[in-house]
Design a protein around this ligand. Sequence first.
Ligand code: PEP
Ligand code: MG
Length: 326
Amino acid sequence: RQEQYRALRDVPAITRDGVKIGLNLNAGLLIDFSHLDETGAEGVGLFRTELQFMVAQRMPSAAEQQALYRQAFAASGGRPVTVRTLDIGGDKILPYMAKLEEENPALGWRAIRIGLDRPALLRMQLRALLKAAEGRPLKIMFPMVATVHEFIEARKIVDREKAHLARHGYRLPQPCELGAMVEVPSLLFQIDEIAKEADFLSVGSNDLMQFLFAVDRENRRVADRFDPLSVAALRAFRLIADRAKAANCPVTVCGEIGGRPLDAMALIGLGFRNLSMSPAALGPLKAMVLSLDAGEVARLIEAEMTTMHDGQTLRPLLTSYAHDNG
Ligand code: PEP
Ligand code: MG
C-alpha cells in the first residue's frame, strides 16, 4: 500500500470529473517539511508554530524563531506555507510560562486572545516571520478568531510591524496575505464579513466540532458522541464553503477531518477544494480523489441533506457509496 501511494506522488490530485483538489500538509517542526517531497504535497496548509515553543525548555528568542522560519521556508522550496501564529493556552501549555488557574482552559485565555491582550509576543513572532520571508510570498493566519473585530485588530498589528520593518530597510513579503481560522462557531454567523475582511480562511474542524457540539476533543468519553457527517456539522461546513465562494475568498480545511478519506469526500462534495492534513494521510487521500466523481457526490449529499433530520449522519450512505465506487 505504501508503495502504491508513493507511486501517486507526482500524479496531480484531480477527480474523475476534472476537479482539482489542493492537498497540503500540516507541519509543526522542521522535520515535517521533509514530507513535502516525499508526499508530493502542494505546500504546507498549516504550520503550527507553537510546537517550537512547546518542545523548548524556555521561550524561544526572536533569533531562534526567525531561524526556524527561515529554514522552514527554505525546506518548502517555493511551495506556499501558511503559518499560524502562536496557538498557546487551552490544551497547549508552555512549561516555562506561569500556569493560569482557569476553570475552563479551552474557553480561556489562549491563542489570538493572548496575542491581542499582550501583543509583545505576537509582535516578536510577526517580526521574525516577516524578516524570514525575505521578500517571498507569506501567508499568516490567526487561531481562535471569535469576532471579525479581533481579526481587524490583529491585522493592524501586522501592518504596524510591516511599517516598522520597511522603515528599517527590510524587504517585505510580497504578497503578505492574512487569514482567519474558522474554528469558533461565532464566526459562522459573521461568515460573510470575515470572508470579506480576510484574504483566506482555514477551517479548524477539530476545534469547530469541539465547540459546535460542546464536546471536549481530548475526552474519549464524549469525543465519539458527535459525527462530522451529521446534519448540524454538514450544514456548518456547507455554510462556510458557500459563503467563502460567494465572497471569492479561498478556503482550506486543516483539521483532522480533511485527512480522513470518507469525511474529505463529503467536504469535496460540499464544495471545498483545498485540504491540509498529516503526512501519512496524503497518499490515501489522493487515491480517494483520483477515484472520485465530485459532481456525483455533491448531488448525493445535496439530496440527502434536504431530507436529513435529527441526529442522522451521512456516514453509512457515504460508506456504501465509496464501496460501490471503488
Ligand atoms: C483545528 O482546530 O482543527 C486545528 C487545525 O488546529 P489545532 O488542531 O492545532 O487546534
Ligand atoms: Mg484549533
